[in-house]
Design a protein around this ligand. Sequence first.
Ligand SMILES: C[S@@+](CC[C@H](N)C(=O)[O-])C[C@H]1O[C@@H](n2cnc3c(N)ncnc32)[C@H](O)[C@@H]1O
Length: 249
Amino acid sequence: MDRNADAPWSKFDPEAYVDANYRTPLDVDLLIVRMMRDHFSRCLDGTGRYTVRGVDVGAGANLYPALAMLPWCEKVVLLEYAEPNVEYLERQTAPGGLDGVWDAFWDVLAQAPAYQGVDPRARIGEVVRVERQNLFDLDGHRRWGLGTMFFVADSMSECPEEFRRGVRCFMNALTDGAPFAAAFMKESVGYQVGAERFPAYRVNEDRAWESLAPYCDGLEIHDLNHLVREGHDGMLLALGRRNSTTAAP
Ligand SMILES: C[S@@+](CC[C@H](N)C(=O)[O-])C[C@H]1O[C@@H](n2cnc3c(N)ncnc32)[C@H](O)[C@@H]1O
């Protein structure tokens, strides 16, 4: 069974990953962005503009979770382990660096009032920072008031215990009451990025529910029946708020 430490993370090719997943926006990603936008707007309506600290865990080569957090965040940290992805994120978040590929996702966000008047390019450059970080080292010492984790706990290892640990470590990074969004590839058997193969855990709705529910209030898991490639069975989108239960690392 392939564990997280066994996979070739230093050879992850962010450009190949963006080409395969985001350069032509998929309907399911646009749906996820809309649902996350509405969840954050519902939870944070009345919260001051630019007052919260946000985190995207395992940000990889995806900027839409960071864009979704912008209206409320004074700072957003993108945590990522694979060096090529850290470098990709540093290029994207440098002043003027945001690629036009992310415009289609911003267009969906900008349909909601909270996002209107936010200049994503300027704001990303001002408030978003990138850090190399292993998700498994998040032990509750640093916590954020808004969080996302997209296709990470399920897409980093074949091992059930590492999936559950990944979810717990993400929950460990959130303050009590923090709204969050997390997405998983359902029943994935692994995935190809460029020349390299990466492991996945075959998560389904019940397993996602069991691992998330102890740490959440108002948990919703949406089973989005969209296939984006061979070797998985749709996508799961979890939305909720962090409760006050302590999560062991
Ligand atoms: C399938 S990609 C998802 C990337 C991105 N979040 C997205 O939505 O497309 C899985 C990501 O998890 C990252 N990752 C794998 N192991 C990790 C670890 N131990 N700590 C933090 N990130 C990790 C990978 O480098 C990769 O960026």
